[in-house]
Design a protein around this ligand. Structure first.
Ligand code: ADP
Ligand code: MG
Ligand code: ZN
Length: 617
């Protein structure tokens, strides 16, 4: 079989996605490869397909038990022999799996990095023909990344012990330069074929809101997305519990996840969500790594996260099947304070020496600042993120709140001059709040103590509302007219460009949303139309068929004890609704239906389609 046949036969897809072919071809040519592709872009197939085509065994190193289990289940469902070796197996199960592996039963074996050093595993590996070591989530080798795992450093030592060096392939969604370089160096990749595909996830709608009543806004969102699964991220455990309780009291099938819960509850709650028994998962950032659930239709950030990296990783769990999804961030000023607190009290940093700790803290503060700007920018939100990761998008995506809001260009020269002037007049000694309070003429103890009530700028912008001044301040920083120091005091400083406002008399303009468009009502009204059908674009008359197929999928998932999306993804069900296959050949033409799955449940789905179509008659 060639790679196209494998793709069709086992996975049911007709075409490769961007990036997949060069990586697969590289491996088949015996080369190391390194794939940097966003979440949901299909990295797994890049090592699974060559693994099925080559002689010998492919070991897949993966950081999390849940991740391995999910992928192995999916492979088994597609008729591929695969196994995993990790601490979730009993000793009996483990040795049995090893024995079968020795017999050459599995072309693909997932293994936890900790296992690589154990005698039993080494004994097997030295005697077997290991053709490839595929390192999934390869950023775990880097201390720069968010998810550093010391056990990942053992991979290279393991490879060195093998009698023949296997092909080494590495995959990650992390795009920053430090992490990429670390991966190549630490895994000692040999002239790898590198493929980087765009970081963009055009199917995700991005939005930022600052609701006065966050819970009310959340409830409204969940209720206008009935039947859809979503994740709600909160900054603290306490908030997770509070929000879960309130949602439940309001009759919503919500569950919760955070590091303070027992193993058992965490596992059960995660399963409830994955198996569609609960539709809303309320969680801290402890939840999500290794969740391959493809039909999460929205990710709500109940609080602003600490960095764009964290944010992008979390919204990456939305609509992995590339159907439309929505990612809304609920901003409030308190989120900045909470994140600052976490940065200042980061327990992970305790072992670092003072200087390193300071550098890490400054880096974290800078990341937090960039995250905060995301909440304030009036430019395309997607473009903002892509630029953060060093990619250049267009400045109009057409699928974010800012691109879809009507803005007007406002002249803020007067305000800009006063703000920059005030910074200059106080000799660049104070933070944002002091500057804002000064120009607004606030009468607080701090202002009196700093003698800012004597500043020539005291009260000069008393008529401008506080929120608007803050927006203008943020705009000046975004544009580089002002900056703040990276230490904990965040002192506002002038930049080389400040003179353009202070002396050269340059006009400063910025985009502001037209007032009536700020109404949250209008926004949710507009969104509702678009996303009522489980996030997918179906004709109304096909809705019924979709629901019927979904029920059948749930039935089968129960029988097989696998998550529903492992039977067929939402996307595959949607294609079925559009194609309305009448026989085997037509069913096999549906994207996501492979021969093996057809043999297992194709007939049942065909029957269901026929039922509905005939009855429409
Ligand atoms: P990643 O590891 O890059 O986050 P996955 O490998 O988990 O992504 O794949 C995400 C989804 O995309 C899976 O449901 C997978 O079956 C699907 N997929 C992968 N390749 C293709 C393809 N060529 N055509 C259609 N769907 C694909
Ligand atoms: Mg993956
Ligand atoms: Zn946009």
């Amino acid at each position: 079989m060639d790679k196209y046949q494998v793709l069709k036969q086992y996975f049911g897809y007709d075409a490769f996605r961007e990036g997949q072919e060069p990586l697969i071809d590289g491996i088949l040519a015996g080369k190391d490869v390194f794939g940097i592709m966003p979440t949901g872009s299909g990295k797994s197939l890049c090592f699974q397909i060559p693994a099925l085509m080559m002689e010998g065994i492919t070991l897949v190193i993966s950081p999390l038990i849940s991740l391995m289990k999910d992928q192995v289940t999916a492979l088994n469902q597609a008729g591929i022999h695969a196994a995993y070796l990790n601490s979730s197996l009993t000793a009996g199960q483990y040795y049995k799996a090893l024995a079968l592996a020795k017999e050459g039963r599995y072309p693909i074996i997932y293994v936890a990095p900790e296992r690589l050093e154990t005698d039993a595993f080494l004994d097997f590996a030295l005697g077997a023909r290991i053709r490839m070591v595929a390192v999934d989530e390869a950023h775990c080798v880097s201390q720069w990344g968010q998810d550093f795992r010391p056990s990942y450093l053992k991979i290279v030592e393991f490879i060195k012990k093998l009698p023949r060096r296997p092909i080494v392939s590495a995959f990650t969604a992390t795009a920053t330069r430090e992490v990429r370089e670390d991966i190549v160096d630490i895994l000692m990749l040999r002239e790898p074929v590198m493929v980087t595909t765009g970081y963009d996830r055009p199917n995700l709608y991005l939005g930022v809101q600052s609701p006065k009543d966050k819970y009310g806004a959340l409830k409204n969102f969940v209720e206008t997305h009935p039947g859809q699964c979503g994740i709600v991220y909160c900054l603290t455990r306490k908030l997770v519990e509070e929000v879960t309780d309130r949602l439940r009291a309001d009759g919503i099938l919500a569950t919760r996840y955070h590091a303070g819960l027992g193993d058992r509850e965490r596992r059960e709650n995660q399963d409830d969500f994955i198996y569609d028994r609960c539709t809303v998962m309320v969680a801290t950032n402890a939840f999500g790594m290794g969740i391959d659930k493809s039909n999460v239709r929205y990710v709500i950030h109940y609080n602003m996260p600490k960095s764009i990296e964290a944010f992008y990783q979390e919204i990456g769990r939305c609509s992995r099947d590339q159907e439309p999804g929505e990612c809304i961030l609920f901003y409030s000023g308190q989120d900045v304070v909470t994140n600052q607190f976490f940065i200042d009290n980061n327990q992970d940093n305790q072992e670092l020496d003072a200087l390193t700790r300071q550098i890490v803290q400054e880096r974290d503060r800078e990341r937090l600042r960039k995250m905060t700007f995301y909440c304030f920018t009036n430019e395309c939100l997607r473009d903002y993120i892509l630029r953060y990761f060093g990619e250049y998008g267009s400045n109009y995506c057409g699928n974010c709140q800012n691109c879809l809001t009507q803005f007007e260009t406002v002249d803020v020269t007067e305000e800009a001059r006063a703000l920059a002037g005030c910074v200059s007049a106080c000799r660049q000694r104070y933070g944002v709040n002091v500057i804002l309070d000064t120009v607004r003429g606030a009468n607080t103890a701090k202002i009196r103590q700093y003698r800012m009530d004597a500043s020539p700028f005291y009260g000069v912008l008393a008529k401008v509302p506080a929120y608007r001044l803050r927006m203008i301040m943020n705009h000046l920083m975004l544009q580089g007219f002002l900056t703040v120091t990276g230490d904990e005091y965040a002192i506002v400083k002038l930049t080389g460009d400040s003179v353009r406002i202070l002396e050269a008399g340059e006009t400063v303009t910025m985009k502001m949303a037209k007032e009536q468009e700020r109404q949250p009502q209008e926004k949710s009204g507009r969104k509702e139309k678009k996303s009522r059908t489980a996030g997918v674009s179906l004709a109304p008359e096909d809705q019924e068929l979709f629901e019927k197929l979904r029920n059948l999928r749930t039935e089968i998932a129960r029988e097989e004890q696998v998550p529903p999306y492992i039977v067929f993804s939402d996307k595959t069900l949607v294609s079925m609704c559009m194609v309305k296959p009448g026989n085997r050949t037509e069913m096999l033409s549906v994207s996501g239906v492979g021969a093996y799955k057809y043999d297992k449940y194709g007939e049942r789905f065909l029957a269901r389609v026929r039922e509905v179509v005939n009855c429409r008659g």
